[in-house]
Design a protein around this ligand. Sequence first.
Ligand SMILES: Cc1cc2nc3c(=O)[nH]c(=O)nc-3n(C[C@H](O)[C@H](O)[C@H](O)COP(=O)(O)OP(=O)(O)OC[C@H]3O[C@@H](n4cnc5c(N)ncnc54)[C@H](O)[C@@H]3O)c2cc1C
Length: 156
Amino acid sequence: MAAEKQYDAIIIGAGQAGVPLSRALAGAGWKTALVEREHVGGTCINEGCTPTKTMVASARVAYLAGRGNEYGLRGSTTVSVDMKVVRQRKRDIVDSFRNGSQKRLEATENLSLIFGEASFTGAKSVRVGDDTLTASRAVVINTGTRATRPKPARLG
Ligand SMILES: Cc1cc2nc3c(=O)[nH]c(=O)nc-3n(C[C@H](O)[C@H](O)[C@H](O)COP(=O)(O)OP(=O)(O)OC[C@H]3O[C@@H](n4cnc5c(N)ncnc54)[C@H](O)[C@@H]3O)c2cc1C
């Protein structure tokens, strides 16, 4: 059933700024809604920084292990990479970062984490599913960016 919900602040997007800002506002006593359409942590935790750097770390360890003899290590320095294990390690780290962040949000007083796509219906109101959320003080947009294909350059 459609509902109208009132907040002091609405933050759209649980990315790099949305998560800490929502907790700070809630901690200051503002009734805050954080709306996320996919997963907590945004691109950095789920598709960007964390998964890529986790896999880069595996590559670095493999490289160093292969040079063990040069560093005075004895024993086999023949290294092979098990990509299944590398990818599982990456998924486990991403899951723990995302789930840890989500749990902290859900445990924060004055803060409602709402999953769904937000679209504006007014200067201080957004629709999420069937519900309309209004903010008396601020609506903050932290929706990141989208990739776009550049127009072909004109030559001559
Ligand atoms: C492969 C890759 C590797 C990267 N590695 C690094 C790195 O090592 N170091 C670094 O500093 N940066 C890195 N970046 C860049 C970094 O990920 C971004 O700069 C950062 O995630 C941007 O954060 P953001 O909060 O602005 O946006 P996002 O992280 O994209 O967050 C926006 C959030 O808003 C949500 N959202 C969007 N529209 C709506 C809506 N209408 N309603 C509800 N929710 C909505 C999205 O689902 C998303 O969760 C990397 C990026 C990529 C792609």
